[in-house]
Every structure is written in structure tokens, then in C-alpha cells.
Design a protein around this ligand. Structure first.
Ligand code: NAP
Length: 285
């Protein structure tokens, strides 16, 4: 069994991003800048935003944090997004989710300039992914694809089963695996006899949000298992896969923590670099 080490991979990818960023900035002359909008004081969101800002500094990007109060209105958040869209010194705009309940998340995401949508959540970027066109990809599934690539795992021809159909993880990942020529099945809470489906998987992805949900009897011998889950149990981070039970059956498996998690912010940085290059390439036409 080989561990898919997200921590090591993320480090290596960040080093590459840093070098490419220096080249790009030398070519175009202005700093690469990511703007993050945080609405409210959700402690987890504050940590995530902090990690994104720290990640920017690590690879030589500038960052801007726009903090709005918990009570901010739809129009106030919209105005912040519009201002960042219009600001040529900002190349990536990210709206930290979840938003306070009174705000319409989809309507606000739709306001982000698709060319600056470094979270890959705008409907235009999703449509491009669906059509198999180049796009800014949602960071968590993009990170999973990068991990597979790094370890020389080609999804082509493999049976991939994704448990979970969220817009954030399950659905875009299924599309990325399909674009990489896997035969893909997406499972969800209404799937009947789930183990009979998951046991077919050469690549099994768990994005469910339930601790230790995937047990050994659900996994084929030699499968590649990707655990997206982040669950807190008795103060410890636990994945969606019962690691101790499942790992001995796998050819490859991601640990939690240290698997998919570290890849997510790294792919946000990759998207920000891409957005910067796209913006300049379009302006130069
Ligand atoms: P989500 O929006 O809650 O979606 C969960 C999915 O699991 C849904 O599609 C749901 O089906 C399905 N599901 C629930 N119970 C099931 C069951 N008994 N059998 C089969 N499917 C079932 O969650 P998410 O945003 O995709 O996140 C999933 C997990 O990944 C969470 O633990 C989250 O914290 C973690 N996560 C990690 C990262 C990272 O960077 N590592 C990033 C994002 C999320 P229905 O659609 O039918 O309800």
C-alpha cells in the first residue's frame, strides 16, 4: 500500500508555482494578487482564509482580505465583489463560504468575474468543465486530480466511483474523472446497495462528511482510495474512510489529515497564477 502524501505533493507543487509566478511577474510587471472576501466571524472560515493568505505569501503573491460584518446585506457583499472585479490589480476573487444564512450564495457567486473566479464555482467555469474545455477548476477536486497525476495514476479506463454529489466536490470531481477517461459512477444518499457499487471501483472517492463511513467490505482488493472527508471526532480529525480497516486492502490511499486537505489551498494558488496569466494574455491580444 502506498500513501498518497498530500503534504509532500502540495509542497512540491507550491515550489513550482513560486518559480512560475516569478517568471510570469517578470514578464508582465505587476504582482499577482488574490482578494478574499470574508463575511462574518465563523472561526473555521477565519482559519481557512488565514491559510489562503499565508499560502499567497509563501509563493510570492500579494493578497487582500476584505472583511464584512455578519450583518452585511446582499448589496454590500455584491458591491465588494463588483469593486474587486473592476480592479485591474486584482487577479483572483474568492468569496469564502459558507455565507451567513440571510445571503444568497449562488447569486453572489454569479457576480464574480468568471476570469477571476479562482474557486472555480462560477456557472461559466462549471459549464466549461462540463464541456471538457479549459477552465478554472474547483480546488478540492482539482487537488485530487493533481495527487493522482503526481503518483502516476492515470484514470483512463478505470472504474471510478464517487460517493457524494455536492457542487463543491462530488459533481465536479466526477466530471474531471470523466474528462480523464475514467468510467464514472456517482453515488449519494439514495443509492441502493452502495457496497455493491463501491466494490466495483478501481478508484473510490469518499466525499460524504460521515466519519469512517467507508468500511473494508465496501472496497475492492487493490483499489485506490481517496478520502475527502474532514470530520472532527473527540477533537481529532477523521476522514470518511475507516483508514485502519481499509488501508491494508488498497494499492494507494490518502491519509486524513495530510491527504486531500493540503492540496486544496495549493490548487487555489495554481488557479490564481492561471487567472493572472489569462488576464494578461487577453489584455495583450
Ligand atoms: P455535502 O455537501 O454534505 O455532500 C455530502 C454528500 O454525501 C451528498 O451528496 C450526500 O447525498 C452524500 N451522502 C450522505 N449520506 C450518504 C449515504 N449514507 N450514502 C451515500 N451518500 C451519502 O458535503 P461536501 O461539501 O461534498 O463535503 C464532503 C466531505 O468532504 C465533508 O467531510 C467535508 O468537510 C469534506 N471536504 C473536504 C475538503 C478538503 O479540502 N479536504 C473540501 C471540501 C469538503 P445527497 O446528495 O443525496 O444528500
Amino acid at each position: 500500500m502506498i500513501l498518497l502524501d498530500g503534504k509532500q505533493t502540495a509542497k512540491a507543487v507550491r515550489e513550482k508555482i513560486k518559480i512560475c509566478a516569478q517568471e510570469a511577474m517578470a514578464k508582465w510587471g505587476d504582482p499577482i494578487t488574490l482578494a478574499v472576501i470574508l463575511v462574518g466571524e465563523d472561526p473555521a472560515s477565519q482559519v481557512y482564509v488565514g491559510n489562503k493568505i499565508k499560502g499567497c505569501a509563501q509563493v510570492g503573491f500579494e493578497s487582500r482580505k476584505v472583511v464584512l460584518p455578519e450583518t452585511a446585506s446582499q448589496e454590500e457583499v455584491a458591491a465588494s465583489i463588483r469593486a474587486l472585479n473592476a480592479d485591474p490589480s486584482v487577479h483572483g476573487v474568492l468569496l469564502q463560504l459558507p455565507l451567513p444564512k440571510h445571503l444568497d450564495e449562488q447569486a453572489l457567486l454569479a457576480l464574480i468575474d468568471p476570469d477571476k473566479d479562482v474557486d472555480g464555482l462560477h456557472i461559466v467555469q462549471r459549464g466549461r468543465l462540463f464541456c471538457g474545455l479549459p477552465s478554472l477548476l474547483p480546488c478540492t477536486p482539482f487537488g485530487i486530480m493533481k495527487l493522482l497525476e503526481t503518483y502516476g495514476i492515470d484514470p483512463a479506463g478505470k472504474r471510478a466511483v464517487v460517493i457524494g454529489r455536492s457542487n463543491l466536490v462530488g459533481k465536479p470531481l466526477a466530471m474531471m474523472l470523466l474528462n480523464a477517461n475514467a468510467t464514472v459512477t456517482v453515488c449519494h444518499s439514495r443509492t441502493l446497495d452502495l457496497p455493491s457499487v463501491t466494490k466495483e471501483a478501481d478508484i473510490l472517492v469518499a466525499a460524504v462528511g460521515k466519519p469512517n463511513f467507508v468500511t473494508a467490505d465496501m472496497v475492492k482488493e487493490g483499489a485506490i482510495v481517496i478520502d475527502v472527508g474532514i470530520n472532527r471526532v473527540d477533537g481529532k480529525l477523521v476522514g470518511d474512510v475507516d483508514y485502519d480497516e481499509v488501508a491494508p486492502k488498497c494499492s494507494y490511499i490518502t491519509p486524513v489529515p495530510g491527504g486531500v486537505g493540503p492540496m486544496t489551498v495549493t490548487m487555489l494558488l495554481a488557479n490564481t497564477l492561471k487567472a493572472y496569466e489569462n488576464v494578461h494574455a487577453i489584455a495583450a491580444q
